[in-house]
Design a protein around this ligand. Sequence first.
Ligand SMILES: [Fe+2]
Length: 380
Amino acid sequence: MTALTLQQVPTLVFGPGALDSARAYLEARGILRPFLVTSPSNRLHAAQLHPAALIDDSTRSEPTVAHFEALLATARAFKPDAIIGLGGGSPLDAAKLIAALCLSAQSIHDVWGIANLNGRSLPLICIPTTAGTGSEVSPNAVLLDEAACAKKAVISPHLVPDAAFIDSTLTHTVPPHVTAATGLDALTHCIEAYTNLHAHPLADTWALDGIRHIAAHLVTAVREPANAEAREHVALGSLSGGFCLGPVNTAAVHALSYPLGSRHHIPHGHANAILLPHVFRFNSAAAPHRHAAVAQALGAISGPTDQATAAAGCDRLCQLIAATGLEMRLSALHIAESEIPALAAEGLAVTRLMRNNPRPISHQDAEFIYRAAFHGALTE
Ligand SMILES: [Fe+2]
C-alpha cells in the first residue's frame, strides 16, 4: 500500500438547515464583510446569509478566465473578510480561487496546475446547491481559458474550504437535466477513483459507497425533483465523490471530456456521462477485477468471470444514463466527426489526469473512444 494524504474541510455540516448553520458559523467567526459568489437562480438563498454581504450573482456555468478576473476585481474593491461560494460547481470554483488570490501577488496564470498556489489568507465557505461536483470538499477549481480554448485547473490544498454546508433540500429545485448531469459527474468521480492507477483502500470505501447511492437513486431524483430521500442519497454520493477528488482524483473520462466543454460548451457532467461507458469498456480489459467491483456496486448481476461482470456493469451504466434522459451521442450534439482527431489530441494533453488511467491510451485509442461516443455504439 502507498501512503495517502487527506486534506479535508475542517467543518462539514451535512443535512437539513445548511443555510442556518452557515449563518451561525459566519456569526461565530465574527465575519463582517463577506463577498458572496453565486448564480442568478440562488440570489434568494444568498440574501439570507449575511446582512452586509456583497452578493455577485453573475456566475453561470463554465466560468471563463475573463469572468473570473472581473469577479476578482469586484472582490478586491470590496475588501471582504471572507469569501462564500453558493451554488453549483461554477460559483464554488470561482469563490475558491477568489479566496486564494484576493490578497495575493500571484495571478491566475501563475497558479495553473498542481500545488502552485502560495497560500490563502481569506476564510472560505462553500454551500453547494447541486449534487455532483464535490467542489465544496475538493482542492480543485476549473476555469475556461478562452484564449487557449482549454479548460484549466488549479489544484492546491489551499483551495480546500474552511467550511462546507450541504443541504440536499437546496437541490429540490434543480431541473432534471442538471440533476442528471451533475449526478453523473459524481458517479464518474467515484468510478474513476476506484479504477484509478493510484486507487487507495481509504478512498475505495467512499468510491464504492458513492456508486451505490447514485446508481440506486439518481433516476428517481431526476424524475421526482422533490423526492427528499432520493435527493439525500444523491447528495451523499456527491460528497463521497468529492472526498475522492483530493487524494486520488479522476482519469481518462475527465481528460477526454475537457475538449467537449472548451470547444462545444457541453456541461461538464454531461460530457463525462457521454464518455463514461466507452472508457469503462476500454479500461475493463486492463483491470477486470476493479471494474467487476464497480459493476456490483452499480447493481449489475455478476457473471462467471470478472470480465463478464464488468461487461454487465457497462450495460447497467448505459441503462442508467439513458434513464436520466441525457443525449448520449456526440453526433446529436452538433459535433462533426472530422473533429475527432483534434478532440483526441486535446484530451490526451490533459496529462495530469491521463496518467491516472488504468490503461494507457494512445491517440488511436482516444479517437476510437470518441468515435464510439459519436455513434453511441458500444461494440468493439
Ligand atoms: Fe467532475
